[in-house]
Design a protein around this ligand. Structure first.
Ligand code: DQA
Length: 155
């Protein structure tokens, strides 16, 4: 297990498929800043909130499921942008459910507002098992999610 920083809680921020392409992927929808910029923002917001934030990205459903299992084992709260897995991955939904079932906060974040887009984006298999969902706020949504976690942890 990664060492907990003195006086802080570890939080993982996990990003699903194609979010490694932020900055070049549909900048009109997702903005022109890349994943490295998002990572720096999340780390900075985390330290303001007394949270040690580790940002991850994967295009691999199995890897993301494994991260949820580890979050349960290590008692780590989660911010998750499941990207396209949002709309169809029952495997990731079940894994996310294990996190909230373990009493850990799991905040779902979307940079865009999926409800205002294609019809296949209107349903999330993650929302029913998440602690809360933030959509349509750009990268700032991650800050709101981290604030929610800090609030829930009483940090
Ligand atoms: C997204 C919205 C999803 O519908 C899409 O598949 C993504 C990104 C968002 O952050 O707005 O990859 O999760």
């Amino acid at each position: 297990m990664e060492a907990t920083h003195k006086g802080t809680r570890n939080v993982i921020v996990v990003n699903g498929p194609n979010l490694g392409r932020l900055g070049v992927r549909e900048p009109d929808v997702y903005g022109s800043d890349d994943l490295a910029a998002l990572t720096r923002l999340c780390e900075g917001w985390g330290s303001e909130l007394g949270l040690h934030v580790e940002v991850r990205q994967s295009d691999d459903e199995a890897e993301m499921i494994g991260w949820m299992h580890r979050a349960v084992d290590e008692q780590t709260p989660v911010v998750m942008n499941p990207a396209a897995f949002t709309h169809y991955s029952y495997g990731l939904s079940d894994a996310a459910h294990m996190v909230t079932d373990a009493g850990l906060p799991l905040m779902e974040v979307h940079i865009s507002n999926p409800s205002a887009r294609d019809s296949f984006r209107k349903y999330s298999v993650i929302s029913p098992v998440a602690t809360g969902t933030i959509t349509g706020m750009g990268f700032y949504g991650y800050r709101l999610a981290l604030e929610a976690i800090a609030h829930l942890l009483g940090a």
